[in-house]
Every structure is written in C-alpha cells, then in structure tokens.
Write a protein that binds this ligand. Structure first.
Ligand code: NAG
Ligand code: NAG
Ligand code: NAG
Ligand code: NAG
Length: 636
C-alpha cells in the first residue's frame, strides 16, 4: 500500500520529477519523491533546478521511491519514518545536544578572555602521553568494532578532502584559503622540533552551508553521508546507488571476488576492481568501503556474513527468489549486528544495568517496542564526536597470527588506512582476523600510541596526529564548552563553574593539567575534558563519553521503525526467530566467516583469560536458520 502522508501543493510539484538520476547516470528512480535534504521537506522543480545549476543537487536533494509502510527497511534509510521520509536517510543533518558556540561568521569560539585558543597540537602534547599501553580487559576487536560502528552512522569524507581535493593547506596558499584549517606545530614540539614539519593538513568540515544547500547565515550543519540507523551502511549503502551494483542478483547474495580462496567485497566492476591492482590511489574502491583498517575488516566480515546467511536460506527455501532471499539475509545480518552492538559491545562500555535503566536494551530477551514516531532519527554531532575518543584506545600495531593462532609479526595499523585491497593478499585478512581476538586492545587511559599521534595516516601523509585533529574538529563543529556538557550529563543537578567542580570526575593532577593549558574553566574543550576524566573498573570509558553515547542510543533505538526487537515492524521476526537472533555474537560471526577460525573465546571483545578461554567453534552458540524455513517451498 502506498503511503499518503498529507503533503499538498509541494508534493504535486515534486511528482513532476517522475524520473531523476543521481550522479547523472549511475542510478535512476522512477516516480521519485524529491526532497530537500537540509530541511527534510518536499522540493519543487524550481528548487531542484537551482541546485542543479550549481551542480550540488546530488547533495541538497534526495530522491526516493514513494513510501510503502509494509516494505522492508531501505538501504538508503528513506521512509523509515513515514511522516518524515527523509529522516535518517543519508545526507540527513545532525542535531546538537547543546547549542553551538561560535564567534562571528561561525569561526571557532574565543577563550573567555577573548583570545584564540592554544594550538590544538600543544594541548594534545600537554594532555595525552605518547606511549604503548595495553588494556587489561579488552581485545583489539573492540577498538576496531567501535570504529566500524562509527562508520555505520557517521562518515569520514573529510579525510578524502584534505588528502585528495584540497592538498595545499600547509603551503602558503593554504593560509588564505578559507577551506583550510591546518594544525600548526608548536615550537617546542617533542617530535617535530627534530622533523622540521611545521604543519599538519586539515580542512574545514563540509557542511550544508559550505556546500551551498543552506543559507550561510545559519549554524553550520555537517552532512552525514550514510544513514543514521544502525543498519551496516558500510556494507549496504556506502554510496548512492551502490547496492544495485553490489548485488549478485542470484541467491540473494552480494557480489564477491575470490582471491586465494578468500572472498572479498567486490566493487562490482570488472575493470575497476580494487583488489586486483595494488592501488596507490586512496579511493580505489568505488562501491566498497575503503577507510581505516577497522572499518575495512568489519565491512568485509559483514559482507561475507550476508552471503553466509543467504546461502543458508537458499538451502532451506529453494523456492524463494533472489529478492526474498536478499531481503531476509540483509534483515538477519543487520539484526546480528544490532544484537552484537547493543547486547555485547555497548554493555562492556556503558554497563548492562545502565542500558536497561535508560531503556536502551531490554532485560528479558522478549520482543519489545521502543518505537516512537515522534523521535527524530538524526544523529547528534556530539555522538559522532565522542566516538573519536576511542582513537586513543587503538593499539596501532596489529599482531598477526597464523591459522593456529601462532604469532607471526606485527604490522602498522596506519599502513592499512584507505588500502582495503591489501587485506586480500599475503594472508593478511586471515592473520589479522586471528590477531583481533588474540591481541589486547591499547590501554583505556591517557596514553596514545605514537603512530596515531605522529603518523596517523600512515603512508598517505608524512605526519598526522589523529588526536590533534579530533580536538581541532571540535572547534570547527562549534561544540559547547566542556563544562556545559558536564551540566547536561548531570541532568543539570550539578553546576560546573570552577576547575574544582570537576574533582568528582577527575584526579587532582588531571585538573592541574587542564589549569596549565586553559585560562578559564569555561575554556576547557569537550575532547580535552574527556581525555582528562577518570576511567576505572566500573567505568571503562570517560563518564562524558558514556553520557553522550547513552543519550544518542536511546534516541536511535526509539526512532527506528525497523528495529529488530519490535513484534510489529514490517516482516517482523517470529518469537522463535528472535530467540535465535539473541544468540548472535562476535565469536559466532568469526566462527562462521572468519578465515580458518576454529577456536575462539566466547566473549571475543574481551581478552582471552581464565574465565574467557578459547573453545571450539562447535561450542559457540549460533543462529539456527531452520526457524526461517518456509513450508510453502515443500510443495515444489
Ligand atoms: C558535478 O559534480 C560531480 C560530483 O561532484 C562531478 O563529478 C562533476 O564533474 C561536476 N560537473 C560539473 C559540470 O562541474
Ligand atoms: C566499469 O567502470 C568503468 C569506469 O568507471 C565504466 O566505464 C564501465 O562502464 C563500467 N562497467 C560496468 C560493467 O559497469
Ligand atoms: C609501514 O609502511 C612503511 C612505508 O611503506 C614501511 O616502511 C614500514 O615498514 C611499514 N611499517 C610496518 C610496521 O609495517
Ligand atoms: C600535506 O598534504 C600535502 C599534499 O598531499 C603533502 O604533500 C604533505 O606532505 C602533507 N603534509 C604532511 C605534514 O603530511
């Protein structure tokens, strides 16, 4: 049934655009709805023409088929909310937990006394120590998964911007280019006083305003290039139209390329296949995700898992057509991911009890219906930002193990940034897959690995400090002062004005460190505050990171009509099927599709220990697909 949502005149106009092509020819939709991405309202032909003339209609305008309330979730996120069909789509603007703080012309705010802030790199040097620390609890799988989970809902197109498009930010012409926001290096820098490097490349974040979609006198809003739902965008909707090219249209599968017996995401075009050339280009993969190592690893895993599920469904239901298998496999794959994300990963970070109390997860495994159509599904700027805190937990040396989990060597993680193709060769994926559960994560503390701090982009840039860039980003995003986030996170029950007001959350020496670099407590920046907060046995991540993540997760769950635990979503699981999905774990996934994984610890985000020792994959619970058997196939 087509859904009428009560738009009137504007809708009539938008219908005039009965066929619309994104990226000119790649991908055309008949009977498209045409919406303004920034406002989330129907766009008329005049508006579309205006953006087309500026060649920005692919960003400012969304096109999608009319909604059908009974259909499966869409890969582009459209029609999840039937009244606001662009909510949660790719190109949805972000929301802010707290109002923006900028100075004039949306330039970064000044300090309380009216000065420019100290250099971001100086603050990083003063607040985070460089070194190689090891987590007592977590495996590297956890840091990688955090990165992947970020990529599902937030995009990192900025990296491409300063690596490929605007490359002069550290040259004299960069000084006068408003798009450039390089990070200058302080005189006494402990590394660069020896290297001679005076500047790290960085560009201003892309926004609806800088792109031309929204008036420049409005608060800059980031453009999110992926859907805001937890739906594995990094597999299913990496780029507009990509899913059409990535489907095999056979057996419900995604296209793969087999290299030395391992299957890898294919970019679906024989002539531009990424894995078959040792691409020097950073974006050799057109339709497959090609980002940081964690994203590349987990995109490959979930790509394979889709086909693993599809193959199981085909075996059970020989009468299903490609479309039916594809939709069911995608739905189960996404549910597997959501189950791991919400019941395995986040409880380790936020605490299971807290999550239950905040209505993020359920406690008994039954169906539950958190959906509220009035909750907006856009993503908080602060959520994407807080996830950057995990950069400091990344052990930038990946230990490689053979198929028997025997140690081979270590590799620089940053050498694999934007080089997804490297996974296909020299058993790299096999050795890393074994590494991610064998090796401890980096310490959850105030240290950062030297590679992350000084060569964060590996072979792609001479020098780059990821944490400095993270801090600087907060300035250009116009994030409110850290103290305001503390007020917000205490639900305004505690007021934070003096440095000492932080003593319940920071050690005295950390407060002293902040005093050394910030004149006034209101100057403290969000990332700097999060770096300084206490971490302990009961709170493995800083309280403000936990607070921001929790607030967004509540909303993400409530705003997703296709949330897998709902009994009344379209194509909902049966009670039996949901009970099977509850068995989904990271360990189960690696047993199913990992290269020669036959033994693994049941809690694969945690280090191997006396209580979490490796067992045979036969002992790891996993989904029994017979609950998806369609008896009508028996008639064939
Ligand atoms: C329009 O934008 C697209 C995507 O950014 C680009 O590939 C194309 O070259 C542009 N066309 C013109 C005429 O500028
Ligand atoms: C593959 O990509 C090339 C270059 O982008 C394009 O010219 C060609 O038409 C594509 N082939 C297929 C089969 O999509
Ligand atoms: C990373 O790449 C660089 C440049 O190719 C190479 O010299 C270095 O040995 C690599 N590091 C590791 C640890 O693999
Ligand atoms: C900045 O980018 C330019 C162009 O890509 C590159 O030549 C230069 O080495 C980069 N600077 C650093 C410090 O990485």
């Amino acid at each position: 049934m087509a859904m009428s949502t009560g738009w009137t005149a504007a809708e009539g106009l938008s219908k005039m655009w009965t066929s619309f092509c994104i990226f000119n020819v790649l991908y055309c939709i008949a009977n498209a709805e045409t919406y303004n991405t920034y406002y989330g309202t129907p766009a008329d032909s005049k508006e579309v023409a205006k953006f087309q003339a500026k060649n920005i209609s692919h960003i400012c305008i969304s096109n999608f088929k009319p909604c059908d309330e009974n259909e499966w979730s869409r890969v582009d996120g459209s029609c999840n909310n039937l009244e606001n069909p662009t909510h949660g789509m790719y190109h949805t603007p972000m929301w802010r937990m707290l109002p923006a703080y900028y100075s004039a012309d949306y330039e970064p705010r000044k300090t309380k006394s009216g000065k420019d802030f100290p250099l971001a790199r100086y603050l990083r040097l003063m607040l985070m120590k460089v070194g190689d620390s090891i987590s007592e609890v977590f495996a590297t799988s956890l840091s990688y998964f955090a990165e992947f989970a970020f990529g599902d809902v937030g995009s990192v197109h900025d990296i491409r911007l300063y690596l490929r498009t605007i490359t002069h930010c550290c040259k004299p012409e960069g000084l006068t280019d408003k798009r450039c926001t390089p990070n200058f290096i302080p005189e006494n820098d402990n590394v660069h006083r020896f290297s001679g490097i005076k500047c790290h490349n960085l560009t201003r974040p892309l926004s609806f305003q800088s792109t031309g979609c929204a008036p420049t006198n409005t608060v800059p809003e980031r453009i999110n290039f992926v859907t805001t739902f937890f739906d594995i965008s990094n597999v299913y909707y990496h780029a507009a139209g990509s899913i059409e090219q990535n489907r095999a249209y056979e057996g419900g599968r995604l296209k793969v390329e087999v290299v030395n017996g391992g299957s890898f995401p294919s970019d679906a075009n024989e002539t531009t296949t990424c894995f078959l050339k040792d691409a020097v280009a950073t974006d050799c993969a057109r339709n497959v995700p090609n980002g940081l190592l964690g994203t590349n690893l987990f995109s490959t895993y979930f790509w394979r898992l889709h086909n693993y599920i599809a193959d199981a469904l085909v075996l059970l239901n020989p009468c299903w057509d490609d479309e039916t298998v594809f939709n069911n496999a995608k739905d189960i794959n996404i549910a597997w991911y959501k189950q791991v994300l919400m019941y395995e990963f986040y409880p380790l970070m936020l605490g299971r009890e807290n999550m239950i109390n905040n209505n993020i997860i359920g406690c008994d495994g039954d169906f539950r219906d958190p959906y509220d159509k009035n909750v907006d599904s856009n993503l908080a700027m602060e959520f994407a930002y807080a996830l950057r805190w995990f950069h400091s937990t990344q052990d930038a040396r990946q230990e490689m193990y053979d198929k028997n989990d025997k140690f081979i060597n270590t590799q620089a993680v940053v050498n694999y940034s934007l080089r997804v193709q490297d996974l296909a060769f020299h058993d790299t994926l096999l050795q890393m897959t074994h590494g991610i559960y064998m090796q401890p994560a980096g310490g959850f503390d105030d240290t950062v690995h030297p590679d992350i701090a000084d060569s964060g982009l590996g072979r792609l840039a001479k020098a780059f400090d990821i944490l400095t860039a993270d801090l600087a980003r907060g300035r250009y995003f116009g994030l409110a002062p850290y103290m305001k986030y503390r007020d917000y996170c205490s639900d305004y029950t505690i007021s934070h004005e003096k440095f000492e007001d932080l003593s319940y959350i920071m050690k005295p020496n950390k407060i002293d460190e902040l005093k050394r670099v910030y004149e006034n407590p209101e100057d403290i920046e969000l990332m700097a505050g999060m770096w300084a907060e206490d971490i302990g046995e009961n709170n493995p991540i800083p309280p403000t990171v936990a607070c921001i993540l929790s607030k967004q997760l509540q909303r993400s769950v409530a705003s997703d009509r296709h949330w897998y635990e709902r009994p009344n979503r379209p194509h909902a699981f049966t009670a039996d099927q949901l009970q099977e999905v509850r068995k989904a774990t990271l360990a189960g996934m690696l047993c199913a599709i990992g290269d020669e994984v036959s033994m693994i610890q049941p809690q694969a985000f945690l280090r191997i220990s006396e209580s979490n020792y490796k067992v045979s994959c036969d002992e790891i619970p996993t989904i029994d697909f017979t609950y998806w058997k369609d008896d009508s196939c028996d008639a064939y």
